[in-house]
Design a protein around this ligand. Sequence first.
Ligand SMILES: [Zn+2]
Length: 339
Amino acid sequence: MVITSLDFLQPGRQQGFLQVPYSHNLGGWANVMVPITTVARGKGPTVLVLGGNHGDEYQGQIAIMNLARELRPEQITGRVILIPSLNLPAARAATRLSPLDGMNMNRAFPGDPEGAVTSQVAHYLSTVLFPMSDVVIDIHSGGRSMEFVPCAHMHLVENRDQRARMFAAMLAWNTDFAFIYADIAGKGLLPVEAENQGKLVVTTELGGGEAIPASVHRIAQSGLRNVLIHVGLLKGREQTRASLGKAPAILTQALEREDYLLAPESGIFEIAIDLGAKVKRGQTVGFIHHLERPDRAPGKIIAQTAGYLVTMRAPCLTQQGDCVAVIAQQVSAKAVLNA
Ligand SMILES: [Zn+2]
């Protein structure tokens, strides 16, 4: 059962914690304390901003920590709830999954009030924070396992009005690529629960790996602010790619299983094309080398579809079944909005 000292109805700034009971060998009555900030003033949307859903994805965590320190009530109309490191134990450990219970926060929804720490946090979001929110922003990157072209992304939700609002907010991040994705690895995702509750959901994959370039931090921080302006929370003038002097975002989608290329065997992965490059169907995207049999020709990873390489595996060491590359096809806005 998650508790907090914050009063979500109170105007102004509040800094506190979501507290989750966690009894361990050296702390029988201990709590996991997840930092949370709220800033509220007047009428307007409630926006929930989440980072660290996966602990090793720090771009969003840093952007939200900066925003949480800087934001003043007079800069907004409405309410913003900021949680930089949703899976705090994982963020501390630089891991994707929680070291406390082995759980993936992004497969734990809708959660369980009596479950493991991760399940309890998920349940609190599903039953308390999502219902009070109009907009849910969940900032991801590839973490240690994947490297993405920095992009905002979304699911093709059934409701056309919700889809159109999510589409516009996705583009407001002003990334070079926007990406429509499918869930090929399980259920229980945070954004799906928020989408099912009818929320305007904005998600991202802002690069990945462990060395985050300054340019990617800038995309995380400027994009987040622009989306907050776009949804009517933060005062200021909304920037578009046109107003920034940039070409329109390349709109891509990977909705079929064959767009997600898995390693057919274990080995050392070599990517053969650059992230964001165009790929033809049948093109060799990468190789799997055999450490113990270097005399054997490496196995080829072949593109099954044409499109852009939007993400690649970050570590070279690869197990059979790891996702090593995703090829996303270019689509038109019309096709996305009417699909
Ligand atoms: Zn993630």
